[in-house]
Design a protein around this ligand. Structure first.
Ligand code: NAD
Length: 440
């Protein structure tokens, strides 16, 4: 099928390459000429494991091309996927839909024939209905574009695998034709047994924000328990293990630490509360404000722990932060807890050096005030305190004996509760973590 994928960022670039990989004829579109040039040359403009392979394969077989022209996109596509960003509006908690609207406005007048416009971006409930009216008003009479919503659930770091082997496909549409079309688009996945959940657009839009709200709540729940553990002298890791054995609860997403970040969860729960308020249902999701507050508090609690360990004063202290990205296996530093903590330590006068396996370039753009080392041992040289804030496997594999030799003081805050504390203590380190009592 002839598909366009409009917006080739973390979501769209992977979607475009994977759709070509399963046999479609795909045109990727973006306003960012540098991104389009890189993708057309087979160079992923960001770090995502496996994307280079699938991109190279798709380009080589001629089923994937890129452009900046929505006019060209309109001529090419039977199905147009909208994958542009929906960030938080400055000065508000609501989603900023200007990029989604710009795509519709740019595409509609050029549509030559009936087609399906499918939103994948995360949007406030009601957006598909609003865009359908907008498209109908702008498109030529014969084009009759239909709108469906097909929210995306991929995880950065696993984006290729999640796109090719999703847990489920959710599609909201107003009639059977759109479902037929999308079942054909996703035919290999559907044939492999991936559940196809067909519903109306409002429900589909809500599924995505509900899923993110649930995940954010689970993370903030365990972080709230970590705060109580700190007050009570109890151990949140053992508590999480014990809770996790209950199959109704499950162990995943119960790792206490510095909290969630990135370009999705924080802004999505805020946009959800803003939209629910508009709908008169604000009280129903008011708990998400608490989820957000608990999450932000883990960053200040981590800084406070560092300050306490430094004897109440961080000025001039050599601190190393391991991790800049919001999660491992990505170079995405949007709303990264690691960088927020690093920046706060810097503001308090600490001499901060940050290390990250893939995120240094983006981190430098976002926080030029911090110092960075691409070499792990150099980053830790002379450190009086090391904070582990992003769960890269490289950090789990670190040799604490070797590292103890290069730091000035073997003092570690494990902000992800992911390192082997016994092993680090045996190597001479003092290890602290949120929600974990000091060993007797
Ligand atoms: P991103 O910022 O990486 O990518 C957005 C892309 O859209 C950019 O390349 C930008 O240049 C392009 N763009 C903006 N305006 C455009 C226009 N008018 N025409 C064409 N291109 C335009 O963002 P992302 O992380 O890929 O997220 C995109 C959407 O997907 C968001 O709604 C996000 O919430 C959702 N989402 C993201 C993920 C994820 O893991 N990143 C997962 C699920 C859903």
């Amino acid at each position: 099928m002839r598909l366009t994928v409009i917006g080739t960022g973390y979501l769209g670039a992977v979607h475009a390459a994977c759709m070509a990989d399963i046999g479609h004829d795909v045109l990727g579109v973006d306003v960012d000429i540098d991104k389009i040039t890189a993708l057309a040359e087979g160079r992923p403009p960001f770090y995502e494991p496996g994307l280079d392979d699938v991109l190279t394969r798709a380009l080589a077989c001629g089923r994937l091309r890129f452009t900046t022209s929505l006019r060209e996109a309109a001529a090419h596509g039977e199905v147009h996927f909208i994958c542009v960003g929906t960030p938080q509006q400055p000065g508000s908690r609501a989603a900023d839909l200007r990029h989604v609207d710009a795509v519709v406005d740019g595409l509609a007048p050029h549509l030559p024939a009936p087609c399906l416009v499918v939103g994948k971006s995360t949007v406030p409930v009601g957006t598909a209905a609003r865009l359908a009216a907008r498209l109908a008003g702008l498109a030529p009479a014969g084009a009759r574009p239909e709108v469906a919503w097909n929210p995306e659930f991929l995880r950065e770091g696993f984006a290729v695998q999640d796109t090719l082997h999703p847990d489920r496909i959710v599609v909201g549409a107003t009639g059977p034709a759109a479902h037929d079309t999308l079942r054909r688009v996703y035919a290999p996945m559907v044939a492999a047994g991936v559940p196809y959940l067909g519903t109306d657009p409002n429900t589909a839009e809500l599924v995505k924000v509900a899923a993110n709200s649930f995940l954010a709540t689970k993370i903030s729940f365990i972080n709230a328990m970590a705060e109580v553990c700190d007050a009570a002298g109890a151990d949140v890791a053992t508590l999480a293990d014990a809770l996790g054995h209950d199959t109704r609860i499950g162990r995943r997403f119960l790792n206490a630490g510095v909290g969630f970040g990135g370009g999705c969860l924080p802004k999505d729960i805020r946009a959800f509360t803003a939209r629910a308020q508009e709908l008169g249902a604000g009280a129903a999701v008011a708990f998400l404000d608490q989820v957000d507050e608990i999450n932000k508090r883990q960053r200040t609690r981590t800084v406070a722990l560092a300050r306490r360990l430094a004897g109440g004063e961080l000025t001039g202290r050599r601190v190393t932060v391991l991790g800049a990205t919001f999660k491992p296996d990505s170079d995405d530093v949007r709303d990264s807890p690691a960088l927020a903590v690093a920046s706060a330590l810097h503001r308090e006068g600490a001499d901060v050096r940050v290390h990250d396996p893939e995120g240094t370039a983006n981190a430098q753009l976002a926080h030029p005030e911090l110092r960075y080392s691409t070499d792990l041992l150099t980053a830790c040289q002379g450190a009086e305190l090391v904070l582990h804030l992003t769960e890269w496997s490289q950090y789990r594999e670190l040799d604490p004996v070797k590292l103890a030799r290069v730091v000035r003081e073997p003092l570690l805050i494990d902000g992800r509760n992911a390192l082997d504390h016994d092993e680090w203590r045996a190597a001479g380190w003092t290890v602290k973590a949120l929600g974990r009592p000091a060993p007797q």
